[in-house]
Write a protein that binds this ligand. Structure first.
Ligand code: PEP
Ligand code: MG
Length: 580
Protein backbone atom coordinates (compact mmCIF):
# COMPACT_ATOMS: atom_id res chain seq x y z
CA UNK A 1 0.00 0.00 0.00
CA UNK A 2 1.31 3.48 -0.89
CA UNK A 3 2.08 5.76 2.06
CA UNK A 4 2.76 9.48 1.67
CA UNK A 5 5.21 11.12 4.11
CA UNK A 6 5.60 14.89 4.33
CA UNK A 7 8.70 17.00 4.99
CA UNK A 8 10.02 20.35 3.74
CA UNK A 9 10.86 20.30 0.04
CA UNK A 10 14.12 22.18 -0.47
CA UNK A 11 15.09 21.30 -4.04
CA UNK A 12 12.43 20.66 -6.63
CA UNK A 13 12.31 17.74 -9.01
CA UNK A 14 10.81 14.27 -9.04
CA UNK A 15 12.93 11.17 -8.43
CA UNK A 16 11.89 7.53 -8.40
CA UNK A 17 14.29 4.93 -7.05
CA UNK A 18 15.24 2.50 -4.33
CA UNK A 19 16.08 3.73 -0.85
CA UNK A 20 19.54 3.52 0.62
CA UNK A 21 19.41 4.10 4.34
CA UNK A 22 22.38 5.94 5.62
CA UNK A 23 23.17 4.75 9.09
CA UNK A 24 25.36 7.46 10.43
CA UNK A 25 25.85 5.61 13.68
CA UNK A 26 25.47 7.80 16.70
CA UNK A 27 29.01 7.78 17.96
CA UNK A 28 29.27 6.94 21.63
CA UNK A 29 31.50 9.63 23.03
CA UNK A 30 32.56 9.24 26.61
CA UNK A 31 35.24 10.92 28.68
CA UNK A 32 38.23 9.10 30.04
CA UNK A 33 41.31 10.32 31.79
CA UNK A 34 44.64 10.20 30.00
CA UNK A 35 47.81 9.45 32.00
CA UNK A 36 50.03 12.52 32.33
CA UNK A 37 52.84 10.97 30.27
CA UNK A 38 50.39 10.08 27.45
CA UNK A 39 48.82 13.51 27.08
CA UNK A 40 51.07 14.54 24.18
CA UNK A 41 50.32 11.22 22.43
CA UNK A 42 46.63 12.03 22.74
CA UNK A 43 47.18 15.48 21.21
CA UNK A 44 49.08 13.79 18.36
CA UNK A 45 46.20 11.32 17.87
CA UNK A 46 43.85 14.29 17.49
CA UNK A 47 46.21 16.07 15.08
CA UNK A 48 46.53 12.97 12.90
CA UNK A 49 42.75 12.52 12.76
CA UNK A 50 42.36 16.17 11.77
CA UNK A 51 44.92 15.80 8.99
CA UNK A 52 43.11 12.73 7.70
CA UNK A 53 39.75 14.53 7.81
CA UNK A 54 41.29 17.32 5.74
CA UNK A 55 42.63 14.79 3.22
CA UNK A 56 39.19 13.19 2.93
CA UNK A 57 37.56 16.55 2.27
CA UNK A 58 40.20 17.51 -0.30
CA UNK A 59 39.64 14.19 -2.10
CA UNK A 60 35.91 14.95 -2.19
CA UNK A 61 36.62 18.41 -3.53
CA UNK A 62 38.66 16.92 -6.36
CA UNK A 63 35.67 14.79 -7.34
CA UNK A 64 33.55 17.84 -8.00
CA UNK A 65 32.94 17.98 -11.75
CA UNK A 66 34.55 20.97 -13.47
CA UNK A 67 31.18 22.03 -14.81
CA UNK A 68 29.93 22.66 -11.27
CA UNK A 69 29.58 26.28 -10.10
CA UNK A 70 32.62 27.49 -8.11
CA UNK A 71 30.54 28.25 -5.02
CA UNK A 72 29.81 24.53 -4.65
CA UNK A 73 33.49 23.83 -4.04
CA UNK A 74 33.43 26.75 -1.62
CA UNK A 75 31.08 24.80 0.65
CA UNK A 76 33.70 22.06 1.01
CA UNK A 77 36.41 24.69 1.43
CA UNK A 78 34.41 26.09 4.33
CA UNK A 79 34.76 22.75 6.12
CA UNK A 80 38.46 22.51 5.30
CA UNK A 81 38.92 26.03 6.68
CA UNK A 82 37.02 25.10 9.84
CA UNK A 83 39.44 22.22 10.34
CA UNK A 84 42.29 24.70 10.09
CA UNK A 85 40.72 27.28 12.38
CA UNK A 86 42.24 27.49 15.85
CA UNK A 87 38.78 26.82 17.32
CA UNK A 88 39.09 23.25 16.06
CA UNK A 89 42.81 22.81 15.48
CA UNK A 90 44.16 24.20 18.78
CA UNK A 91 41.39 24.61 21.32
CA UNK A 92 40.65 20.86 21.64
CA UNK A 93 44.40 20.22 22.08
CA UNK A 94 44.43 22.80 24.87
CA UNK A 95 41.48 21.04 26.49
CA UNK A 96 43.26 17.67 26.30
CA UNK A 97 46.28 19.17 28.10
CA UNK A 98 44.24 21.08 30.64
CA UNK A 99 41.72 18.36 31.54
CA UNK A 100 43.89 15.37 30.61
CA UNK A 101 40.89 14.00 28.73
CA UNK A 102 40.65 11.94 25.55
CA UNK A 103 40.59 13.65 22.12
CA UNK A 104 36.94 12.69 21.40
CA UNK A 105 35.79 14.31 24.63
CA UNK A 106 37.84 17.47 24.06
CA UNK A 107 36.27 17.78 20.61
CA UNK A 108 32.83 17.23 22.07
CA UNK A 109 33.35 20.01 24.64
CA UNK A 110 34.58 22.39 21.99
CA UNK A 111 31.69 21.44 19.68
CA UNK A 112 29.17 22.20 22.45
CA UNK A 113 30.80 25.59 23.11
CA UNK A 114 30.75 26.56 19.41
CA UNK A 115 27.19 25.35 18.86
CA UNK A 116 26.01 27.36 21.88
CA UNK A 117 27.38 30.52 20.25
CA UNK A 118 25.57 29.79 16.95
CA UNK A 119 22.32 29.00 18.76
CA UNK A 120 22.38 32.43 20.39
CA UNK A 121 22.35 34.14 16.99
CA UNK A 122 19.16 35.86 15.87
CA UNK A 123 19.82 35.34 12.19
CA UNK A 124 18.17 32.01 11.21
CA UNK A 125 20.72 31.49 8.45
CA UNK A 126 23.66 31.87 10.83
CA UNK A 127 21.93 29.62 13.37
CA UNK A 128 21.93 26.77 10.89
CA UNK A 129 25.72 27.14 10.58
CA UNK A 130 26.00 25.04 13.72
CA UNK A 131 25.32 22.09 11.40
CA UNK A 132 28.68 22.78 9.75
CA UNK A 133 30.43 22.51 13.13
CA UNK A 134 28.65 19.20 13.74
CA UNK A 135 29.57 17.82 10.34
CA UNK A 136 33.25 18.66 10.75
CA UNK A 137 33.48 17.38 14.33
CA UNK A 138 31.63 14.21 13.40
CA UNK A 139 34.12 13.52 10.63
CA UNK A 140 37.10 13.77 12.98
CA UNK A 141 35.36 11.67 15.61
CA UNK A 142 34.66 8.89 13.13
CA UNK A 143 38.34 8.81 12.29
CA UNK A 144 39.32 8.81 15.98
CA UNK A 145 37.01 5.85 16.51
CA UNK A 146 38.48 4.04 13.51
CA UNK A 147 35.23 4.11 11.57
CA UNK A 148 35.62 4.00 7.80
CA UNK A 149 34.16 6.65 5.55
CA UNK A 150 30.40 6.47 5.03
CA UNK A 151 29.30 4.17 2.22
CA UNK A 152 28.22 6.97 -0.09
CA UNK A 153 31.58 8.68 0.32
CA UNK A 154 33.35 5.69 -1.17
CA UNK A 155 33.35 6.19 -4.93
CA UNK A 156 30.74 3.59 -5.69
CA UNK A 157 28.68 3.63 -8.83
CA UNK A 158 26.38 0.97 -7.32
CA UNK A 159 24.55 3.79 -5.56
CA UNK A 160 23.64 5.49 -8.85
CA UNK A 161 19.88 6.05 -9.03
CA UNK A 162 19.37 5.46 -5.29
CA UNK A 163 17.51 7.79 -2.96
CA UNK A 164 19.50 8.46 0.19
CA UNK A 165 17.54 8.51 3.43
CA UNK A 166 19.61 9.90 6.28
CA UNK A 167 19.36 11.68 9.61
CA UNK A 168 21.21 14.66 8.14
CA UNK A 169 23.68 15.28 5.32
CA UNK A 170 26.73 17.46 5.03
CA UNK A 171 27.46 19.65 2.00
CA UNK A 172 30.33 17.25 1.27
CA UNK A 173 27.86 14.34 1.23
CA UNK A 174 25.69 16.24 -1.21
CA UNK A 175 28.54 16.88 -3.64
CA UNK A 176 29.62 13.25 -3.52
CA UNK A 177 26.05 12.15 -4.03
CA UNK A 178 25.79 14.14 -7.22
CA UNK A 179 29.06 12.62 -8.40
CA UNK A 180 27.69 9.09 -7.92
CA UNK A 181 24.45 9.89 -9.67
CA UNK A 182 22.28 9.63 -6.57
CA UNK A 183 18.72 10.46 -7.55
CA UNK A 184 17.46 12.36 -4.50
CA UNK A 185 17.78 12.62 -0.74
CA UNK A 186 15.52 12.72 2.26
CA UNK A 187 16.74 13.77 5.69
CA UNK A 188 15.13 13.71 9.10
CA UNK A 189 16.63 17.05 10.15
CA UNK A 190 17.83 20.26 8.52
CA UNK A 191 16.23 23.48 7.34
CA UNK A 192 15.47 25.17 4.06
CA UNK A 193 18.39 27.59 4.49
CA UNK A 194 21.04 24.98 5.35
CA UNK A 195 24.08 24.77 3.08
CA UNK A 196 22.98 21.27 2.11
CA UNK A 197 19.63 22.60 0.89
CA UNK A 198 21.26 25.47 -1.01
CA UNK A 199 23.70 23.04 -2.61
CA UNK A 200 20.98 20.61 -3.57
CA UNK A 201 19.18 23.41 -5.39
CA UNK A 202 22.35 24.44 -7.24
CA UNK A 203 23.26 20.86 -8.11
CA UNK A 204 19.72 20.01 -9.16
CA UNK A 205 19.26 17.06 -6.77
CA UNK A 206 15.65 16.79 -5.56
CA UNK A 207 15.71 17.00 -1.77
CA UNK A 208 13.43 16.92 1.25
CA UNK A 209 14.48 17.79 4.80
CA UNK A 210 12.79 17.66 8.20
CA UNK A 211 10.95 14.43 7.42
CA UNK A 212 11.02 13.31 11.01
CA UNK A 213 11.61 9.62 11.68
CA UNK A 214 11.91 8.88 7.95
CA UNK A 215 14.19 5.95 8.78
CA UNK A 216 11.49 4.37 10.94
CA UNK A 217 9.20 4.00 7.96
CA UNK A 218 11.60 3.40 5.08
CA UNK A 219 13.68 0.23 4.74
CA UNK A 220 16.69 -0.50 2.56
CA UNK A 221 15.70 -1.04 -1.09
CA UNK A 222 12.09 0.12 -0.61
CA UNK A 223 10.85 1.89 -3.74
CA UNK A 224 10.35 5.60 -3.13
CA UNK A 225 9.04 8.57 -5.06
CA UNK A 226 10.48 11.92 -4.00
CA UNK A 227 8.67 15.10 -5.01
CA UNK A 228 11.24 17.71 -3.94
CA UNK A 229 9.00 20.62 -4.88
CA UNK A 230 6.10 19.54 -2.69
CA UNK A 231 8.15 17.88 0.06
CA UNK A 232 6.33 14.56 -0.38
CA UNK A 233 7.80 11.05 -0.28
CA UNK A 234 5.60 8.21 -1.51
CA UNK A 235 6.64 4.92 0.02
CA UNK A 236 5.86 1.69 -1.79
CA UNK A 237 3.86 3.30 -4.62
CA UNK A 238 1.20 1.21 -6.35
CA UNK A 239 1.21 0.89 -10.14
CA UNK A 240 -1.15 3.84 -10.71
CA UNK A 241 0.79 6.20 -8.46
CA UNK A 242 4.01 5.14 -10.12
CA UNK A 243 2.58 5.76 -13.55
CA UNK A 244 1.32 9.20 -12.47
CA UNK A 245 4.73 10.31 -11.18
CA UNK A 246 6.55 8.83 -14.18
CA UNK A 247 4.34 11.05 -16.32
CA UNK A 248 5.22 14.08 -14.18
CA UNK A 249 8.88 13.20 -14.45
CA UNK A 250 8.72 13.03 -18.25
CA UNK A 251 6.89 16.32 -18.28
CA UNK A 252 9.54 17.88 -16.04
CA UNK A 253 12.41 16.80 -18.31
CA UNK A 254 10.66 18.06 -21.41
CA UNK A 255 9.92 21.32 -19.57
CA UNK A 256 13.54 21.90 -18.62
CA UNK A 257 14.73 21.33 -22.17
CA UNK A 258 12.08 23.74 -23.46
CA UNK A 259 12.98 26.38 -20.89
CA UNK A 260 16.62 26.41 -22.02
CA UNK A 261 15.46 27.38 -25.52
CA UNK A 262 13.99 30.61 -24.15
CA UNK A 263 17.41 32.06 -23.24
CA UNK A 264 17.85 33.99 -26.44
CA UNK A 265 14.16 34.61 -27.08
CA UNK A 266 12.67 38.05 -26.47
CA UNK A 267 10.19 38.51 -23.62
CA UNK A 268 7.02 39.51 -25.43
CA UNK A 269 3.40 38.80 -24.55
CA UNK A 270 1.02 37.02 -26.92
CA UNK A 271 -0.46 40.40 -27.82
CA UNK A 272 2.95 41.78 -28.72
CA UNK A 273 3.86 43.82 -25.63
CA UNK A 274 7.59 43.87 -24.88
CA UNK A 275 8.48 43.08 -21.27
CA UNK A 276 11.83 43.77 -19.62
CA UNK A 277 13.21 40.90 -17.52
CA UNK A 278 16.18 41.79 -15.37
CA UNK A 279 18.03 40.04 -12.55
CA UNK A 280 18.43 40.71 -8.84
CA UNK A 281 21.99 40.32 -7.66
CA UNK A 282 23.71 40.34 -4.30
CA UNK A 283 27.35 39.34 -4.70
CA UNK A 284 29.72 40.25 -7.53
CA UNK A 285 30.22 36.54 -8.28
CA UNK A 286 26.48 36.24 -9.07
CA UNK A 287 26.91 38.46 -12.09
CA UNK A 288 27.91 35.64 -14.43
CA UNK A 289 24.48 34.06 -14.07
CA UNK A 290 22.88 37.27 -15.34
CA UNK A 291 24.41 36.57 -18.74
CA UNK A 292 23.74 32.84 -18.71
CA UNK A 293 19.99 33.27 -18.29
CA UNK A 294 19.85 36.05 -20.87
CA UNK A 295 18.67 38.83 -18.51
CA UNK A 296 18.51 42.23 -20.17
CA UNK A 297 20.29 43.84 -17.22
CA UNK A 298 20.46 44.00 -13.45
CA UNK A 299 17.32 45.53 -12.00
CA UNK A 300 18.57 45.42 -8.42
CA UNK A 301 22.12 45.21 -7.15
CA UNK A 302 21.88 45.02 -3.35
CA UNK A 303 25.13 46.68 -2.29
CA UNK A 304 24.77 46.14 1.46
CA UNK A 305 26.77 42.91 1.15
CA UNK A 306 29.81 45.09 0.40
CA UNK A 307 29.48 46.53 3.90
CA UNK A 308 29.05 43.29 5.85
CA UNK A 309 31.55 41.16 7.78
CA UNK A 310 34.13 43.92 8.11
CA UNK A 311 34.92 46.50 10.75
CA UNK A 312 34.88 49.57 8.45
CA UNK A 313 32.63 50.42 5.51
CA UNK A 314 34.24 50.43 2.04
CA UNK A 315 35.78 53.69 0.85
CA UNK A 316 35.07 55.39 -2.47
CA UNK A 317 37.98 53.65 -4.22
CA UNK A 318 36.79 50.21 -3.23
CA UNK A 319 33.20 50.94 -4.26
CA UNK A 320 34.41 52.24 -7.60
CA UNK A 321 36.54 49.18 -8.30
CA UNK A 322 33.69 46.81 -7.51
CA UNK A 323 31.28 48.70 -9.78
CA UNK A 324 33.86 48.95 -12.58
CA UNK A 325 34.44 45.17 -12.36
CA UNK A 326 30.75 44.46 -12.41
CA UNK A 327 30.24 46.65 -15.47
CA UNK A 328 33.01 44.76 -17.24
CA UNK A 329 31.42 41.43 -16.31
CA UNK A 330 28.04 42.57 -17.54
CA UNK A 331 29.41 43.38 -20.97
CA UNK A 332 27.56 46.71 -21.19
CA UNK A 333 24.18 45.52 -19.91
CA UNK A 334 22.50 48.16 -17.74
CA UNK A 335 22.85 47.87 -13.98
CA UNK A 336 20.72 49.40 -11.24
CA UNK A 337 22.91 50.00 -8.20
CA UNK A 338 20.89 50.39 -5.03
CA UNK A 339 22.51 52.51 -2.35
CA UNK A 340 23.12 50.97 1.04
CA UNK A 341 20.06 49.38 2.64
CA UNK A 342 21.42 48.26 5.97
CA UNK A 343 19.45 47.95 9.19
CA UNK A 344 16.53 45.77 10.31
CA UNK A 345 17.44 42.14 9.51
CA UNK A 346 20.63 43.15 7.66
CA UNK A 347 23.21 44.36 10.14
CA UNK A 348 26.67 45.76 9.59
CA UNK A 349 29.48 45.12 12.07
CA UNK A 350 29.61 47.91 14.61
CA UNK A 351 26.34 49.39 13.36
CA UNK A 352 23.83 47.27 15.25
CA UNK A 353 21.48 49.70 16.98
CA UNK A 354 20.85 48.28 20.42
CA UNK A 355 17.62 49.40 21.99
CA UNK A 356 15.73 49.71 18.70
CA UNK A 357 12.65 47.70 19.65
CA UNK A 358 11.41 47.58 16.03
CA UNK A 359 14.51 47.73 13.85
CA UNK A 360 12.47 47.34 10.65
CA UNK A 361 10.81 50.65 11.57
CA UNK A 362 14.06 52.23 12.68
CA UNK A 363 17.15 53.86 11.26
CA UNK A 364 17.44 51.84 8.10
CA UNK A 365 18.51 52.31 4.46
CA UNK A 366 18.32 55.94 3.27
CA UNK A 367 17.47 57.13 6.78
CA UNK A 368 20.77 55.78 8.11
CA UNK A 369 22.68 57.06 5.07
CA UNK A 370 21.33 60.57 5.61
CA UNK A 371 22.27 60.36 9.28
CA UNK A 372 25.87 59.37 8.54
CA UNK A 373 26.52 60.72 5.06
CA UNK A 374 30.29 61.09 5.39
CA UNK A 375 30.89 57.51 6.43
CA UNK A 376 28.21 55.60 4.58
CA UNK A 377 26.68 57.63 1.78
CA UNK A 378 29.07 60.07 0.09
CA UNK A 379 31.78 57.53 -0.80
CA UNK A 380 29.17 55.27 -2.38
CA UNK A 381 27.36 58.04 -4.26
CA UNK A 382 30.62 59.45 -5.62
CA UNK A 383 31.71 55.99 -6.76
CA UNK A 384 28.36 55.27 -8.45
CA UNK A 385 28.52 58.59 -10.28
CA UNK A 386 32.09 57.93 -11.38
CA UNK A 387 31.14 54.42 -12.52
CA UNK A 388 28.38 55.94 -14.67
CA UNK A 389 31.14 57.18 -16.99
CA UNK A 390 32.08 53.55 -17.69
CA UNK A 391 28.71 52.09 -18.65
CA UNK A 392 24.94 52.18 -18.28
CA UNK A 393 24.46 52.73 -14.54
CA UNK A 394 21.23 53.66 -12.75
CA UNK A 395 21.12 54.70 -9.13
CA UNK A 396 18.30 53.46 -6.88
CA UNK A 397 17.42 54.90 -3.47
CA UNK A 398 15.86 52.43 -1.00
CA UNK A 399 13.07 52.99 1.50
CA UNK A 400 12.01 56.50 0.61
CA UNK A 401 9.09 57.54 2.80
CA UNK A 402 8.87 61.27 2.20
CA UNK A 403 9.72 63.82 -0.46
CA UNK A 404 12.00 65.60 2.03
CA UNK A 405 14.26 62.55 2.07
CA UNK A 406 14.32 62.50 -1.71
CA UNK A 407 15.16 66.21 -1.85
CA UNK A 408 18.01 65.73 0.61
CA UNK A 409 19.47 62.89 -1.47
CA UNK A 410 19.09 64.81 -4.74
CA UNK A 411 20.84 67.83 -3.19
CA UNK A 412 23.74 65.63 -2.06
CA UNK A 413 24.02 64.13 -5.55
CA UNK A 414 23.98 67.59 -7.12
CA UNK A 415 26.80 68.64 -4.76
CA UNK A 416 28.87 65.64 -5.82
CA UNK A 417 28.26 66.37 -9.50
CA UNK A 418 29.64 69.87 -8.99
CA UNK A 419 32.71 68.53 -7.17
CA UNK A 420 33.38 65.98 -9.91
CA UNK A 421 32.97 68.61 -12.59
CA UNK A 422 35.36 70.95 -10.78
CA UNK A 423 37.93 68.17 -10.53
CA UNK A 424 37.37 67.12 -14.19
CA UNK A 425 36.39 63.62 -13.09
CA UNK A 426 34.13 62.02 -15.71
CA UNK A 427 30.55 60.93 -14.94
CA UNK A 428 27.29 60.63 -16.83
CA UNK A 429 25.29 63.80 -16.10
CA UNK A 430 22.12 61.98 -17.23
CA UNK A 431 22.58 58.91 -15.03
CA UNK A 432 18.98 57.88 -14.19
CA UNK A 433 18.04 58.19 -10.52
CA UNK A 434 15.20 56.05 -9.23
CA UNK A 435 13.43 55.37 -5.97
CA UNK A 436 12.23 52.18 -4.34
CA UNK A 437 8.54 52.24 -3.58
CA UNK A 438 8.40 49.99 -0.55
CA UNK A 439 6.89 52.18 2.16
CA UNK A 440 3.09 52.66 1.87
CA UNK A 441 3.49 56.44 2.28
CA UNK A 442 5.63 56.52 -0.85
CA UNK A 443 3.24 54.28 -2.78
CA UNK A 444 0.28 56.53 -1.95
CA UNK A 445 2.31 59.53 -3.17
CA UNK A 446 3.96 57.66 -6.05
CA UNK A 447 2.81 60.40 -8.49
CA UNK A 448 4.80 63.00 -6.53
CA UNK A 449 7.90 60.82 -6.49
CA UNK A 450 7.45 59.96 -10.18
CA UNK A 451 7.59 63.66 -11.08
CA UNK A 452 11.05 64.02 -9.61
CA UNK A 453 12.61 60.66 -10.43
CA UNK A 454 13.68 58.91 -13.63
CA UNK A 455 12.23 55.54 -12.64
CA UNK A 456 10.50 53.66 -9.82
CA UNK A 457 11.08 50.16 -8.50
CA UNK A 458 8.49 48.43 -6.33
CA UNK A 459 10.00 46.51 -3.41
CA UNK A 460 7.19 44.18 -2.43
CA UNK A 461 9.17 42.45 0.31
CA UNK A 462 9.02 45.59 2.38
CA UNK A 463 5.86 47.03 0.89
CA UNK A 464 3.96 43.97 2.11
CA UNK A 465 5.57 44.02 5.55
CA UNK A 466 4.84 47.71 6.10
CA UNK A 467 1.35 47.61 4.58
CA UNK A 468 0.31 44.60 6.63
CA UNK A 469 2.14 45.82 9.76
CA UNK A 470 4.07 42.58 10.13
CA UNK A 471 7.74 41.90 10.58
CA UNK A 472 8.87 39.99 7.49
CA UNK A 473 11.26 37.83 9.58
CA UNK A 474 8.70 36.93 12.24
CA UNK A 475 7.31 33.41 11.65
CA UNK A 476 4.33 33.98 13.89
CA UNK A 477 2.77 36.54 11.57
CA UNK A 478 4.02 35.10 8.28
CA UNK A 479 0.46 33.97 7.48
CA UNK A 480 -0.35 37.68 6.97
CA UNK A 481 2.43 38.10 4.43
CA UNK A 482 0.05 38.03 1.49
CA UNK A 483 0.84 39.61 -1.88
CA UNK A 484 -2.82 39.12 -2.80
CA UNK A 485 -4.05 41.43 -0.03
CA UNK A 486 -6.07 44.15 -1.70
CA UNK A 487 -4.29 46.91 0.23
CA UNK A 488 -0.99 45.70 -1.18
CA UNK A 489 -2.34 45.22 -4.71
CA UNK A 490 -3.93 48.66 -4.78
CA UNK A 491 -0.66 50.28 -3.71
CA UNK A 492 1.11 48.41 -6.49
CA UNK A 493 -1.52 49.54 -9.01
CA UNK A 494 -1.29 53.15 -7.76
CA UNK A 495 2.47 53.08 -8.29
CA UNK A 496 2.28 51.53 -11.77
CA UNK A 497 -0.33 54.06 -12.87
CA UNK A 498 1.57 57.03 -11.42
CA UNK A 499 4.70 56.06 -13.32
CA UNK A 500 2.71 55.63 -16.53
CA UNK A 501 1.13 59.08 -16.14
CA UNK A 502 4.59 60.62 -15.69
CA UNK A 503 6.00 58.56 -18.58
CA UNK A 504 8.74 56.98 -16.50
CA UNK A 505 9.53 53.26 -16.23
CA UNK A 506 8.43 51.27 -13.20
CA UNK A 507 9.85 47.86 -12.31
CA UNK A 508 9.14 45.41 -9.53
CA UNK A 509 12.17 43.90 -7.80
CA UNK A 510 10.60 42.28 -4.70
CA UNK A 511 10.13 38.51 -4.52
CA UNK A 512 6.57 38.84 -5.77
CA UNK A 513 7.91 39.64 -9.26
CA UNK A 514 9.53 36.20 -9.49
CA UNK A 515 6.64 34.33 -7.87
CA UNK A 516 5.14 32.47 -10.81
CA UNK A 517 1.64 32.67 -9.31
CA UNK A 518 1.54 36.44 -9.70
CA UNK A 519 3.31 37.14 -13.01
CA UNK A 520 0.09 37.26 -15.04
CA UNK A 521 -1.72 39.31 -12.43
CA UNK A 522 1.12 41.86 -12.47
CA UNK A 523 1.01 42.01 -16.26
CA UNK A 524 -2.72 42.59 -15.94
CA UNK A 525 -2.06 45.45 -13.54
CA UNK A 526 0.20 47.03 -16.14
CA UNK A 527 3.66 46.01 -14.94
CA UNK A 528 6.14 45.71 -17.82
CA UNK A 529 9.47 45.39 -15.99
CA UNK A 530 10.33 42.52 -13.67
CA UNK A 531 13.59 42.08 -11.78
CA UNK A 532 13.86 38.56 -10.40
CA UNK A 533 16.31 36.00 -9.10
CA UNK A 534 18.25 34.66 -12.13
CA UNK A 535 17.14 31.09 -11.33
CA UNK A 536 13.49 31.96 -12.02
CA UNK A 537 13.96 34.37 -14.90
CA UNK A 538 13.31 31.88 -17.69
CA UNK A 539 10.19 30.55 -16.00
CA UNK A 540 8.91 34.11 -15.70
CA UNK A 541 9.70 34.63 -19.38
CA UNK A 542 7.72 31.56 -20.31
CA UNK A 543 4.67 32.87 -18.51
CA UNK A 544 5.06 36.35 -20.00
CA UNK A 545 5.31 34.91 -23.51
CA UNK A 546 2.11 32.91 -23.07
CA UNK A 547 0.01 35.76 -21.66
CA UNK A 548 -2.30 38.18 -23.38
CA UNK A 549 -2.20 41.43 -21.43
CA UNK A 550 -5.56 42.42 -22.84
CA UNK A 551 -7.19 39.23 -21.54
CA UNK A 552 -5.74 39.42 -18.03
CA UNK A 553 -6.19 43.18 -17.55
CA UNK A 554 -9.98 42.95 -17.12
CA UNK A 555 -9.71 40.15 -14.58
CA UNK A 556 -6.92 41.97 -12.72
CA UNK A 557 -9.12 45.09 -12.47
CA UNK A 558 -11.95 42.92 -11.11
CA UNK A 559 -9.59 41.36 -8.59
CA UNK A 560 -8.76 44.79 -7.17
CA UNK A 561 -12.44 45.06 -6.24
CA UNK A 562 -13.06 41.54 -4.99
CA UNK A 563 -15.12 41.37 -1.83
CA UNK A 564 -13.46 38.40 -0.19
CA UNK A 565 -10.24 36.48 -0.09
CA UNK A 566 -11.88 33.52 -1.81
CA UNK A 567 -13.18 35.71 -4.63
CA UNK A 568 -9.66 37.13 -5.10
CA UNK A 569 -8.27 33.58 -5.18
CA UNK A 570 -10.83 32.50 -7.76
CA UNK A 571 -9.97 35.47 -9.95
CA UNK A 572 -6.29 34.66 -9.63
CA UNK A 573 -7.01 31.12 -10.79
CA UNK A 574 -8.95 32.53 -13.72
CA UNK A 575 -6.06 34.87 -14.57
CA UNK A 576 -3.58 32.02 -14.46
CA UNK A 577 -5.83 29.83 -16.55
CA UNK A 578 -6.28 32.63 -19.02
CA UNK A 579 -4.12 31.25 -21.79
CA UNK A 580 -4.89 32.81 -25.13
C1 PEP B 1 12.03 44.69 -1.29
O1 PEP B 1 11.82 45.19 -0.19
O2 PEP B 1 11.14 44.15 -1.99
C2 PEP B 1 13.40 44.66 -1.85
C3 PEP B 1 13.64 44.27 -3.07
O3 PEP B 1 14.40 45.05 -1.02
P1 PEP B 1 15.03 44.13 0.14
O4 PEP B 1 14.43 42.74 0.01
O5 PEP B 1 16.49 44.16 -0.07
O6 PEP B 1 14.59 44.84 1.37
MG1 MG C 1 13.33 46.47 0.67
Amino acid sequence: MSIALHGIGVAKGIAIGKAHILVRDQLEISEYCVARELVEDEVRRLDEATVLARQQLRAIREHIPRSTAPDIAAFIDTHVLMLEDTALSQEPARLIRERRCNAEWALRLQRDALVAVFEEMDDPYLRTRKDDVDHVVHRIQRILQNQGPLRHEVPDSRLAGYIIVADDLTPADTVVMQHHGIAAFVTEYGGATSHTAILARSLGIPGIVALHQARRYVREDDVLIVDGGKGVVVLDPDARTLEYYQGLQRQERADLAELGKLKGAPARTEDGIAVILEANIELPKDFETVLTVGATGVGLYRTEYLYMNRPEPPDEGEHFEVYADVLRLLESLPITIRTLDIGADKEMDGHARPGAANPALGLRAVRLCLKEPGLLFLPQLRAILRASALGPVRLLIPMLASLQELHQVLAIIEGIRQELRAASIPFDPNMPIGGMIEVPAAAVCADLFARELDFLSIGTNDLIQYTMAIDRVNDEVSYLYDPLNLGVLRLIKTTIDAAARCHIPVAMCGEMAGDLRYVRLLLGLGLREFSVHPATLLEVKRIVNSTSCGAVATLAAELLNSRSQSEAQELLIAINGCVV
